[in-house]
Design a protein around this ligand. Structure first.
Ligand code: CP
Length: 334
């Protein structure tokens, strides 16, 4: 267990050791138990976290806001379109000023090839922890909630067969940050991880290399398939979710496009496909789900679904991140 995480930025779980992630899990379970029993957890009294959102959110915003309240602190919700960022104020100036006022800065900015760089620039200048609430590459808070949910449902994660599966959607362009974070994290916990997608929805090669390396080191496996039937067969966890394709346009710029190729509509989590999974299989989704495109109601509302437990765990894991990284005289003590 690592008890000295005060001040550490959370931009990607790749920069947190396995022992540090284990500590986050341990504290998440402790906070969940205390929440269930109505035990006060005011470890961050009078502390402020700033929540900067460039994009919409339900779970991330509210788990962070409710979480800091339960820890005895306060959140400022910042719609960045109403900040001086909209007039060109830099991430450096924004971070330095907010850090003078409070104890942590959290940010969601998903624009491709912009988001992660923006958060890293804030972290470079911020003397208080910077928490990534989703960027173009990573969604560490979602990854933690997913890991907690799998631990809850299976106990030992070693040998659990997890399939991260591309799914058709029309709702909005979804970043690659959720499946990318899962593909890197699950092999660190010895899971047999399958990434399934149709041609054109690849992730950067380094993701595959690192996922394989993580699997080798921790005793799991990592494989890629373009056959969704193979991904569903005997899976213990299925996570069918849309992500955008990432292509280089004619000018050489990398941009995101959700090509609405109707032939890909078959990439949907159906009740029929769920007949082929393992008897202990659970269905997960970070939400929001594009119902009846990504998944049939019979599945997301059915016996396999743990999506509301998964969403609830956003609260407990976000609280653990804040309790461990934010400072102050009443900060969380192991
Ligand atoms: N899963 C997730 O990040 O949800 P929100 O977009 O609602 O925050």
């Amino acid at each position: 267990m690592q008890a000295n995480l005060r001040g550490k930025h959370l931009i990607t779980l790749r920069e947190w050791t396995k022992e540090e992630v284990d500590t986050l899990m341990d504290v998440s379970f402790d906070l969940k138990r205390k929440f269930a029993m109505g035990i006060s957890t005011r470890y961050l009294e009078d502390q402020t976290v700033f929540l900067m959102f460039f994009e919409a959110s339900t779970r991330t915003r509210n788990s962070m806001e409710a979480g800091i309240t339960q820890l005895g602190g306060h959140a400022h919700f910042l719609d960045t379109s109403t900040m001086q960022i909209s007039h060109g104020e830099t991430p450096k100036d924004t971070a330095v000023i907010l850090a003078r006022f409070g104890h942590a800065i959290a940010c969601r900015i998903c624009a491709w090839e912009v988001g992660n760089k923006y958060i890293r620039e804030m972290a470079k200048w911020s003397p208080v922890p910077v928490i990534n609430m989703q960027c173009d590459l990573y969604h560490p808070l979602q990854g933690l909630a997913d890991l907690m949910t799998i631990i809850e449902k299976f106990g030992d994660t070693k040998g659990v067969n997890v399939s991260i599966i591309w799914a058709y959607a029309t709702s909005h362009k979804k970043p690659i940050s959720v499946p990318l974070s899962q593909a890197l994290l699950f092999p660190r916990y010895g899971m047999n991880t399958t990434l399934a997608y149709p041609a054109g929805y690849e992730m950067p090669q380094w993701v595959y290399d690192e996922a394989e390396e993580n699997a080798k080191r921790h005793g799991g496996s990592f494989r890629i398939t373009h056959d969704q039937n193979e991904a569903y067969k005997d899976a213990d966890v299925v996570i069918p979710k849309n992500w955008g394709n990432w292509v280089t346009d004619s000018k050489g710029d990398t941009t995101s496009h959700n090509v609405l190729d109707e032939s890909l509509k078959v990439w949907k989590c159906t009740e029929a496909l769920m007949q082929t999974v393992s008897p202990r299989c659970v269905y997960m989704h970070a939400l929001p789900a594009d119902r009846n495109n990504e998944v049939e109601d019979a599945v997301i509302d059915g016996k396999w679904s743990v999506v509301y437990d998964e969403a609830e765990n956003r609260l407990h894991t976000s609280k653990a991140v804040m309790a461990l990284t934010m400072g102050g005289r009443n900060a969380y003590k192991q």
